[in-house]
Design a protein around this ligand. Structure first.
Ligand code: GAL
Length: 691
């Protein structure tokens, strides 16, 4: 029942306006730095020393308690806040603010003894158990009722405390598949809410295929791809399960936010710390928090460049988080930024000296209002031994990462003196502003039906994002609900599920002078993930000025040729054969295979604007890069040519350059540098005033 109420709330408020998040972080302070502290891991007689040292290093806030349910409520209904009171007092005495985490990732053992069924069941119907974190079924009413009690107790205790600057709900929300009984019940309710009548579900899921028809919602079990076989599973039922899982996670956050909101002061913010790339969640599905924050461990990923790449990190982590999170509520911050070596990657190398500092500056450039790091002291026991902190195992001396944090704190203090509230983004950058339209529903759907192991939805989207940054364009990743009319350039990469209204919105944007760049697979399906009873992406024919006839893909390691303006490009993973209307120009054609001469990129003008359809994914994005350059040139907007991994970004009157590539890069700016210099080394940072 509670579940149902939460889910319906989610729908009701989905489109309502957000609580304004502005004002929590004064703009002139630029970026405030903080650190995680776990008093429960250390002897109380070290707390005073630690808090004082944190202050002396220049940190402005600490973050506590998100895993301390067992210490805060050692016996059901009996709370122990004395230890936390003590550390909050110490923080206050030392001029530090505090972010409190709600401790719901880690249910205490008494709860599992009393209710052994509070845990998630995995796809093998194996129940999780006590001894780790993020293991509870968020669909379970018992979980919600205990969550409410502990969150309420904390909110009552600290909601008016002036040292508390805000709240982080739970930790790194993760939309975990849950096949428990509670989840099955909640899923049926969710389906009822969505489809009302079982016939509508049958139609949407296409249950006519393979005798899957239902006559009542109660007959529906969560489709379990592990059981029915990956290939045999119903893709639309699975997509709905993904949507439900993300909604459940979002509703859990909103549920806690509402409990907090009843007791806390308006000056305290509510946020959560999403894993940079989402972890199955969809941050836009929660509507009750003030803003969304993210965590970033950039060492681990796939976009590591050159010889030093494994020490410099994957540039796509912060590139994505920077362009995505601030758009949700107009404000964001990095809640956890890697302080040094970690203990959970395939190999946990030492980082390049300077790179932690550079990541911090990359967060700054991306607009983070604060940057916090996990964690102050390197823990001596538990699952995260060998994970660096700001200080090393002796609890006092700064680690390499700790030194870099301390350095950035000093540098930010310097920069605060240079800040002017009158600064404005240089005109040339405004002209280059680009939005990328992105949705997690599309990601989930495309990843389920990739058609080729070479297809990678993230990589496809981030390829465009990376090109835009290399051209020096400010980039925002937006959602379909956002108003994009003010962006001169709108990129729509592989936006698979569309409806008439969206296609019309795109047409209007172009008519009024917008530049719309659409990539392959866009519009292939309707919002129920059905193909159109037409040609492929038939709903797009008029907009793109042509028809996608069919598509091809080559086997891994094989490449085909595309020719544009006499230049040859290679492709392998995806290629549409497009028939252009008389209104369109053919910009690129295949140069081999049996369909040699067929078009893959077309373009047409509609009233004041222009549409480009890029029906092919080229190797290393070289073709896409040239098309984007053409689109900017068509609008007389000059662009840059930064190498991959070099970011030069504007923020609050400053230009910030960082370098993830393993090569030295020489910046064009000849004036005075506030930090760094013209020569930008790997892991280097240069900052100068924008005007
Ligand atoms: C994060 C998590 C932290 C800590 C950290 C270790 O993903 O939120 O609690 O476990 O990883 O790197």
């Amino acid at each position: 029942m509670i579940r149902k109420i939460i889910v319906s709330f989610l729908y009701l408020f989905a489109l309502s306006s957000f609580v304004s998040a502005k004002g929590f972080f004064p703009k002139e302070e630029l970026m405030s730095l903080g650190v995680y502290y776990y008093p429960e891991h250390w002897s109380p007689n070290q707390w005073e020393r630690d808090i004082k040292n944190i202050t002396d290093h220049g940190f402005e806030f600490i973050h506590m308690a998100e895993f301390a349910w067992a210490q805060l409520e050692p016996i059901e209904g009996q709370y122990d806040f004395k230890w936390l009171d003590k550390v909050i007092e110490l923080a206050d005495k030392n001029g530090l603010k505090v972010i409190l985490g709600t401790p719901t990732p880690c249910p205490p053992v008494w709860l599992s003894q009393k209710h052994s069924d509070i845990y998630i069941k995995d796809a093998h119907y194996q129940r999780k158990e006590h001894g780790t974190r993020a293991n509870m079924s968020l669909s379970n009413p018992i979980v919600l009722s205990y969550t409410k009690k502990i969150v309420e107790a904390m909110a009552k205790r600290y909601g008016r405390n002036k040292t508390i600057m805000g709240w982080q709900i739970d930790n790194e929300p993760e939309a975990k598949e849950d096949y428990s009984e509670a989840s099955q019940v909640a899923f049926r309710l969710w389906l009822k809410e969505k489809y009302s009548k079982v016939d509508a579900l049958n139609e949407a899921w296409g249950t006519a295929f393979w005798s899957q028809l239902y006559s009542a919602f109660d007959e529906v079990n969560i489709h379990n791809a592990t059981n029915v076989g990956w290939w045999g599973a119903n893709p639309i039922a699975l997509l709905d399960f993904k949507r439900f899982t993300a909604d459940t996670q979002a509703a859990f956050l909103d549920f806690q936010a509402e409990v907090l909101r009843e007791y806390i002061d308006k000056t305290q913010f509510i946020t959560t710390n999403y894993v940079a790339k989402g972890n199955g969640t969809d941050p836009r599905r929660s509507t009750k928090m003030d803003f969304a924050s993210f965590t970033a461990y950039p060492n681990y990923g796939s976009a590591n460049l050159g010889d030093l790449g494994f020490r410099l990190g994957d540039y796509s982590v912060l590139m994505y988080a920077n362009d995505y999170y601030k758009l949700i509520d107009g404000i964001t911050g990095v809640m956890e930024l890697q302080p040094g070596q970690v203990n959970w990657a395939n190999h946990n190398s030492l980082l390049q000296p300077g790179i932690v500092r550079m990541w911090l500056w990359h967060c700054f450039a991306g607009g983070s209002s604060y940057a916090c790091t996990y964690r102050y002291r390197q823990v001596l026991y538990g699952a995260e031994q060998y994970h660096h902190g700001i200080v090393s195992t002796d609890g006092v001396n700064l680690s390499q990462g700790g030194k870099e944090y301390a350095q950035v704190i000093k540098e930010i203090n310097q920069l605060r003196k240079e800040y002017s509230s009158k600064s404005e983004m240089p005109e040339i950058l405004q002209k280059r502003k680009a939005a990328i339209m992105w949705s997690f529903d599309n990601l989930w759907s495309l990843e389920r039906q990739k058609q080729t192991s070479q297809w990678d939805t993230w990589k496809h989207m981030q390829g465009y994002q990376s090109i835009l940054h290399s051209l020096g364009a400010p980039v925002d990743i937006i959602s379909v609900e956002d108003d994009f009319t003010d962006y001169p350039f709108l990129i729509v990469p592989a936006y698979e599920m569309v409806d008439e209204a969206l296609v019309q919105k795109w047409k209007d944007y172009v008519s009024q002078g917008g530049n719309l760049i659409i990539s392959t697979r866009t519009g292939a399906k309707d919002v129920n993930a059905h193909l159109w009873e037409s040609n492929l992406s038939g709903i797009m024919n008029e907009l793109i000025g042509g028809k996608v006839q069919t598509f091809d893909m080559l086997s891994a390691g094989k490449s085909g040729q595309v020719i544009m303006n006499g230049k040859t490009y290679q492709w392998s993973s995806w290629g549409d054969q497009v028939i252009a209307n008389s209104t369109s120009d053919i910009l690129a054609r295949y140069n081999d295979q049996f369909y040699k001469g067929d078009a893959c990129i077309i373009s047409q003008s509609i009233d004041k604007g222009k549409v480009w359809y890029i029906g092919v994914e080229s190797l290393e994005g070289l073709l896409e890069r040239d098309i984007l350059k053409r689109a900017f040139a068509y609008n007389d907007v000059p662009v840059e040519n930064y190498p991959e991994g070099v970011f030069v970004m504007y923020r609050d009157g400053f230009m910030v350059a960082v370098n993830y590539s393993s090569k030295v890069y020489e910046l064009a700016y000849d004036g005075k540098y506030l930090l760094g210099e013209k020569v930008l080394k790997p892991a280097g940072v240069s900052v100068w005033k924008s005007n």
